[in-house]
Write a protein that binds this ligand. Structure first.
Ligand code: AOS
Ligand code: ZN
Ligand code: ZN
Ligand code: ZN
Length: 422
């Protein structure tokens, strides 16, 4: 998008924005401090989320979807140009084919994007692969299958190194579908040994993120089924191994904010896959179902990271993991980034001093009032101001529509474009 489109759009909305921003500045003393944090905060967009997703019952293409990695980078560059908060990309191998890492790195840099965690894939059989992952990968009873999966992960590290990524996310579909199918201890030991081999290949400045998930595709047991199991692996592996929290990967009603708080306390929280869900791993727009939960998670993050003196922007891997069945994926991602920025801002607005006192005094009502006051504060003008100062659009979604971006992408790429990943 040309720069003057953003400028024109911003001019049109400036007076209205200023009025709302002046109001919030008059109400709160530390708005500038909040803005300086928002300016630094960036989210990674998953390369697999910029095309239409689908379910096993079907997929309905929106058209104009990226056909290769270069086009995915272009689309994420567009998001970043609009909101200036999507400055990273998370790749998935082999869904993303990197033909020339030098050129890919340069292209990403052109759009001011860096590479966040690389994702390996041992949950599907790939063409030409010798062994099948039908009964697991790193947990498999057959060492040759495990070895194949280990080598794939090491290959992903190599590819990531060439792009300047500094982390590897491992999500395993490993587990069992029926009672008796698996010896749990042996599956754990095999997985641990496999992870140790991958860990040994990890560069010094890299992190390994171990993502857990309660169920699916296996429906009886998951070999990295919850944060306890992920933490066991991470602790046994060493200082470079961390737990990754995907918000959709818990059993119903889990207290995710408490999990986050304790992992952070143990220096074992690696990062996030943000999304929202109503039932399971729904991969819906962040904040669309449980915005209060998203706020409470950020409340723990801000409190916990501040207690440790960890920089919010660089301390964790901030990634989105989403899938879009009925929305334009780019519009949905703009909504997700906005929801995350709002939750983060609200968490920064919590009167932490007052909350600590209320907690010490067991003033339960006051504790709730303090949190809900922050949650119910309309902080949209603060997020908008931070975005404007970074050169983004006042209203990214509105400008995306005004500019008819999807129509332009369909004209360039065609209306029958294929799915990326799941
Ligand atoms: C799967 O449920 C996990 O969320 C993983 O993060 C997965 O690799 C990603 O969603 C791509 O499918
Ligand atoms: Zn995930
Ligand atoms: Zn998932
Ligand atoms: Zn998910």
């Amino acid at each position: 998008m040309e720069k003057h489109h953003i400028e024109l759009h911003n001019e049109k909305l400036q007076a209205d924005h200023q009025r709302r921003f002046d109001f919030i500045v008059s109400e709160y003393a530390h708005v500038e401090e909040v803005i300086s944090k928002l300016i630094k905060f960036q989210l990674a967009i998953p390369s697999w989320a910029i095309g239409t997703g689908g379910t096993r019952f079907g997929r309905f293409s929106i058209g104009g979807e990226p056909r290769n990695l270069e086009e995915k980078i272009y689309d994420i560059g567009l998001l970043h140009q609009l909101n200036r908060a999507s400055g990273a990309i998370s790749l998935h191998i082999p869904w993303d084919e990197i033909n020339n890492s030098h050129a890919i790195k340069a292209l990403a840099a052109h759009y001011d994007l860096h590479f966040d965690a690389m994702n390996s894939n041992t949950f599907q059989d790939q063409q030409g692969q010798v062994y099948s992952y039908k009964f697991g990968s790193l947990q498999h009873v057959n060492k040759a299958v495990r070895q194949q999966a280990i080598e794939h992960n090491i290959e992903v590290i190599h590819q990531g190194k060439a792009l300047g990524s500094e982390s590897l996310t491992i999500w395993l579909a490993d587990g069992s579908c029926f009672p008796g199918q698996l010896n749990f201890r042996r599956a754990f030991q095999n997985t641990l040994e496999s992870l140790q081999e991958i860990y040994a290949a990890l560069p010094d400045n890299w992190k390994m993120f171990i993502e857990y998930k309660a169920f699916e595709p296996n429906f009886y047991s998951a070999t990295v089924g919850d944060w306890g199991q992920s933490l066991l692996y991470a602790n046994k592996l060493g200082a470079k191994a961390y737990t990754l929290v995907d918000l959709g990967h818990h059993l119903p009603n889990a207290n995710i904010e408490q999990i986050v708080s304790l992992l952070l306390m143990e220096d074992k929280l690696g990062g996030f896959h943000f999304n929202d869900s109503r039932y399971g791993d729904d991969d819906l727009t962040a904040g669309c179902m449980k915005p209060y939960q998203l706020f409470l998670i950020f409340n723990e993050l801000v409190e916990g990271m501040d207690a440790k003196g960890t920089d919010h922007a660089t301390g964790l891997g901030w990634m989105i993991d989403a899938s879009h069945n009925v929305k334009d994926p780019l519009e949905d991602l703009l909504q997700s980034v906005e929801a995350i920025m709002l939750a983060y801002t609200q968490a920064l607005m919590v009167d932490r001093h007052a909350l600590t006192i209320a907690q010490q005094e067991n003033d339960v009502v006051r504790c709730q009032e303090i949190l809900q006051h922050a949650f119910r504060t309309d902080v949209r003008a603060i997020v908008q101001e931070a975005r404007l100062r970074k050169g983004g659009a006042a209203q990214p979604l509105a400008l995306y529509r005004e500019q008819q971006i999807r129509k332009k992408l369909i004209n360039q790429r065609g209306s029958k474009t294929v799915a990326i990943g799941l």
